[in-house]
Design a protein. Structure first.
Length: 103
């Protein structure tokens, strides 16, 4: 059984027991979160697709940890003008362990 969920503007294919890295969610480590934007659920050869979401489906996960991704460098410059700008960014993320897919 697997499902396609939408969180943080991205879509993920998840199964029970999967470890998933998503954009930062509110909550503490060990909290249980429900992802309600379920786009599709497949159980064997039975597939349900939402228009755009399934109202009766829900994916339950547990927050494993919060963290920051590797730093990326944003460098801007303009030729012959002496303009240089260097900026770094680290995106916040949350690791989720998928506990169950409810229908």
């Amino acid at each position: 059984m697997y499902a396609v969920v939408k969180t943080g503007g991205k879509q993920y294919k998840v199964s029970e027991g999967d470890l998933l890295r998503v954009e930062k969610l509110g909550g503490e480590t060990g909290d249980v979160v429900e992802l309600k934007e379920v786009l599709m659920v497949a159980n064997g050869d039975q597939i349900e697709v939402g228009t755009p979401v399934l109202t009766n489906a829900c994916v339950v996960g547990e927050i494993v940890k919060h963290g920051k991704a590797k730093k990326i460098i944003v460098f801007k410059s303009k030729k012959r003008k002496g303009y240089r700008k260097k900026q770094g960014h680290r995106q916040l993320y949350t690791n989720l362990r998928i506990k169950e897919i409810k229908m």
